[in-house]
Ligand binder design. Structure first.
Ligand code: ADP
Length: 452
């Protein structure tokens, strides 16, 4: 764009420069020829008065040596009749009276200059000197000027190109690093970092300052939101626990079958609410860095079995099948939190495969870690969504919008596993989703190890 603008500007400048020179040359030529005609006119007065054609011709003939660029010349009398003529060798005579315009002294016709200079004697016009001047020099001037202009244009464009290249590299490097930083912030949701401004004073620096301010505002509003979530979930927890306890008592005491169903439904919903409150509390703890792990030694096989059994009681539609090897391993982990992860993955596997009836939990191990996989055959997660589902409050609306959830489970799972220095990842296509959780083996090995 810069080069293009430079080319246009340079082209316009050089055209103006050449045109100005042509105009200047023509004006100078016209003036000098008018002066020449003036001299010729003064010399011809007596020849006209005495009707001496020969004298008139002689006066004009001097032009051959004095000004060879004059192609034709003529002396007209007071009645505009031709009195004497002159033509340079090899040049035909022309009819000056044809182009004669009263009052006009010069005229440019076909690369020639025509000059008509009245001859005055004591304020009386006695005739006119006519000249046709060759402007061959003009062609040379035009040619030279255009060549110079063209060479300068090429040099100018080349310089503009080099400058644009250097400038562009400087600008785009900074712009690209800002874009890279923006993408990084977008991908990681890390709004606490800032773009390091290079101290410049241009638009890119203004842009980065505005972006940094925006990051501050986001961080601030996130902090306020986190505070609100923390306070609200804390305040909800106590009354909810008490509602749940009363409902449990009521469920045991109530003998009327219809009322019992109502109480059970209330209890179910209270439990859902309680799960949400606990999730929100966890989120709040994660955000404030207060999610502390209570590390103990746990038998991972037992934990998986217990979780599956508990789930199988609630889940009527899906059969949860255990597959793989017996890990036979004691790992040091937070039992409650690992159970929370398993519960979440199993609950998702069931929730997001409403048209199937199978969920497989498989286990495997290497020298360095153990892996637990939860596989379902449901709606699947598109490739581009697979990283995003671990973000806070992220849900895939088009596919699972009608299924209840808050988009917190995987965020919490991811944090818990990260705190255990493990990894969690997804392999998914429609009809087959596997969540794999790997935990490092900082463990004691137990004796039993058998395939099942
Ligand atoms: P929630 O299930 O409460 O919405 P999660 O954090 O557990 O929140 O899951 C985030 C999103 O990931 C879900 O909304 C859903 O769109 C998608 N998802 C999670 N597990 C599965 C799965 N097994 N199959 C398909 N989609 C899933």
């Amino acid at each position: 764009m810069q080069v293009f603008t430079s080319v246009i500007v340079l082209f316009l400048c050089f055209t103006a420069f050449v045109l100005y020179h042509i105009k200047d040359y023509r004006a100078r030529k016209a003036n000098s020829m008018i002066s020449l005609a003036q001299v010729l006119g003064t010399n011809s007065i007596s020849a006209i008065q005495f009707q001496d054609n020969e004298a008139g011709k002689n006066i004009l003939a001097d032009l051959r040596t004095v000004t060879p660029e004059v192609l034709n010349a003529a002396i007209l009398d007071a009645n505009n009749k031709v009195f004497a003529t002159y033509s340079r060798a090899e040049v035909y005579n022309i009819d000056f009276t044809k182009n004669f315009i009263k009052g006009q002294q010069t005229k440019f016709v076909d690369k020639n200059l025509l000059v008509y200079k009245p001859i005055n004697n004591n304020d009386e016009m006695v005739g006119t000197i006519c000249l046709r001047v060759e402007l061959s020099e003009l062609n040379t001037i035009i040619k030279t000027q255009y060549t110079i202009a063209f060479i300068l244009l090429i040099i100018g464009v080349a310089l503009a190109f080099v400058l644009a290249l250097i400038m562009q590299r400087y600008i785009s490097t900074r712009l690209l690093s800002l874009v890279k930083f923006m993408n990084h912030v977008g991908a990681t949701d890390n709004y606490k970092t800032h773009f390091v401004n290079d101290g410049g004073n241009d638009e890119i620096s203004v842009l980065s300052t505005v972006f940094n301010k925006l990051l501050d505002q986001i961080t601030e509003s996130q902090q306020r939101k986190d505070e609100f979530i923390g306070i609200a979930s804390h305040e909800l927890k106590t009354p909810l626990t008490s509602i749940k306890a009363y409902l449990q008592v009521l469920e045991k005491r109530e003998h009327d079958e219809r009322n019992k169903v109502y109480v059970q439904k209330s209890l179910e919903n209270a439990k859902k609410l309680e799960n949400l409150v606990y999730d929100l509390l966890d989120v709040s703890k994660i955000q404030s860095g207060q999610l502390v792990l209570n590390m103990t030694e746990i038998d991972i096989d037992v934990l998986i079995d217990e979780t599956i059994t508990a789930f199988q009681i609630i889940s009527k539609q899906h059969e949860i099948i255990k597959d793989g090897v017996l890990l036979g391993i004691i790992v040091t982990a937070d039992k409650q939190r690992i159970e929370q992860v398993l519960v979440n993955l199993l609950s998702n596997a069931i929730k997001y495969s409403p048209d199937t009836n199978r969920v497989i939990v498989s286990t495997s191990k290497t020298d360095k870690n153990i892996t637990i996989k939860v596989q379902d055959f449901g709606i699947g997660i598109a490739k581009e969504e697979q990283d995003k589902v671990f973000n806070r409050f992220y849900r895939i609306k088009e596919k699972s919008g009608h299924i209840s959830g808050f988009g917190l489970g995987l965020y919490i799972c991811n944090d818990i596993i990260n705190r255990h220095h493990g990894t969690i990842h997804i392999e998914s296509e429609p009809g087959n989703t596997i969540f794999s959780v790997s935990l490092p083996l900082t463990t004691k090995k137990v004796e039993t190890e058998a395939a099942f």
